[in-house]
Design a protein around this ligand. Sequence first.
Ligand code: ZN
Length: 475
Amino acid sequence: MVTARHYPVGVSLRLYDTAAREVRTFEPLVPGRVSIYLCGATVQAPPHVGHIRSGLAFDILRRWLMASGYDVTFIRNVTDIDDKILARAAEEDVPFWQVAMRNERAFTEAYDVLGCLPPTYEPRATGHVPEMIDLMHRLIEDGHAYAVDGDVYFDVRSFPDYGALSGQRLDDMQPAVDSEASIKRDPRDFALWKSAKPGEPQWQTPWGPGRPGWHLECSAMASRYLGPVFDIHGGGLDLLFPHHENEIAQSKAAGDDFARFWMHNAWVTTSGEKMSKSLGNSLLVSEVVQRVRPVELRYYLGSAHYRSMLEFSDEAMAESAAGFRRIEGFLRRAEETLGDAPSPVAVPAAFAAAMNDDLGVPQALAVVHDTVRSGNASLAEEDVTAARAARDEVIVMLDILGINPSAQTWVGQSEDGAARRALGPLVDVVLAQRQAARERKDFAVADALRDGLAASGLVIEDTAAGPRWSLAEED
Ligand SMILES: [Zn+2]
């Protein structure tokens, strides 16, 4: 992983702030440090590729901030109590926490397999009920919330800015769908806390037993770990309303300044529609990584700008993987020719400019591919100095994007990597035998050894630097 030494603090990073509706210069609250809260998963089912895009987009943001010299605190929560989790648990006749834990692990595995750095902390909603009670106390005391029959509601008319984030006027809004409108002061008031229903999990509060509403959780956990004001709040575009609108209302009405930047990633679509679970299991992260290597899936999902919809298809993914293999091919050839380890170098200016322009990953990848092309040309011309410079730049850029193929994450996770580690020494023995057979002009044995390797699905190329092997493509 690249670290602070590659890029100085204080370069001008500009990010699109949903609340301001414009790209504006990012300056952290505390110089040198950045605090991020990202809405994490509601753990009702294992993740499909649409669920994981958000974690991946913000992993790239985090890596870029780290490479820019910032110390980043990254909080991503787990919503482990929710109507859908309870429904699933009832269907399976198991406790809710069994469903939640199983799916939380599936999410963790998906983040890990795609090389997302683990959060600094990952709080669970059910572990933060005291913080939620405290927040409700503050809101009720200040006249922003009220209790009815064991439910607690936020009074939207008490907060004049309600709707500002999503650009809506209160008068145009539909009723909040989380409870019967009849018991609320205004049908658009939303639930902070839901009274206990028979058989459901419950926690005690001064207003009676019940369970948290989704919106309240995030306000309580964000301020618990990042304080009343922090730098960036992130999440999928689908969370803009009502979730993020409600988070702002709760926290600001309680007197917290809350997030200074609001960032939203776009969806993954299939046939132009937001990806949904009705599409079946083939889009689960655990399934997709059987069809492509995890690093190729990361490259593909990260290659679109985070605010652009990404239309997912196996064809587009295969095309994208071919692009990634061109980068790998250059690195492999460079390794064979140069024979030394990459040295840390400065991030190319064009790459930095692209990343500083609201995380322009497509433009940043164009710089990577340009560098690969010129590196290949340098190898062809046997210009070792230029090839080495290109190789070192490519590595520093890939590290920032989390797709350096020789990073431990990928070597350890990819089956190809594991196979290569096991096969490498064996192939070397066979190749040495073949070479010895050729030298003693025993061409029958040399050919038999070559045919044996080919029959094992290995492709042997004789290069100036000696024989090189690779695994043949499946199709
Ligand atoms: Zn949230």
